[in-house]
Ligand binder design. Structure first.
Ligand code: ZN
Length: 192
């Protein structure tokens, strides 16, 4: 359907949804001009009615503050929503990562790891071996999608490498990673 056939309905629905009271009254030239501005923006970006409605609803999370912000906010939301979302297929691209080999996760060791699964520190039991998010693109994406509580418990490989973490990339009581055989992985895939 042509934009001009649904724009007025949409305009009214959007205006009611956000309680925009300072837009000009229907029937006035200023009102028609405002609708025309939205029409031009939508035509320029080839927006369909469903996209416009979905974007209007999604703006509920980030309501525009001023009346002149609504059109750019709608267009911004629509173009954002058009971008393809990262899917697990992207994993193919990351097989070359030297740390995780495309898994997105890397095994890391607590500084005090001594070969046993747990470490007692100030009367608290800590895991000696945990899984960290890799610092490659896939690892970043996985971390971004992980709930905040889990993120707090899972080390970030970037911190481990830079020494900001209490975890180490190499097993402190074993051999360096380069010398470790295929066993390292099997032994390492623990839960945090
Ligand atoms: Zn990686």
């Amino acid at each position: 359907m042509l934009v001009k056939n649904w724009i007025v309905d949409f305009f009214e629905k959007h205006r009611a949804r956000f309680g925009i009271t300072d837009w000009d009254a229907p029937g006035t030239e200023a009102y028609r001009d405002q609708v025309r501005m939205m029409l031009i923006a939508f035509k320029t970006h080839d927006v369909n009615e469903k996209e416009a409605n979905d974007a209007s609803l999604a703006l509920g999370m980030v309501p525009p503050r001023f009346r002149n912000d609504h059109i750019p906010a709608l267009i911004g939301m629509i173009t954002d929503r058009r971008k393809p979302k990262a899917t697990p297929d992207v994993q193919e691209e990351f097989h070359d990562c030297g740390y995780c080999e495309g898994a997105g996760f890397v095994t890391v060791y607590h500084r005090l790891y001594n070969g046993s699964r747990t470490i007692e520190l100030r009367n608290k039991l800590l895991a000696g071996v945990v899984t960290a998010h890799c610092n490659c693109t896939l690892g970043r994406q996985l971390r971004a999608r992980t709930d905040p509580e889990t993120v707090l418990r899972m080390p970030d490989l970037a911190d481990v490498i830079s020494g900001r973490s209490r975890y180490l990339l190499d097993d402190p009581c074993g051999k360096p990673v380069a010398a470790a055989g295929p066993d390292k992985k099997k032994a390492g895939r623990g839960t945090p």
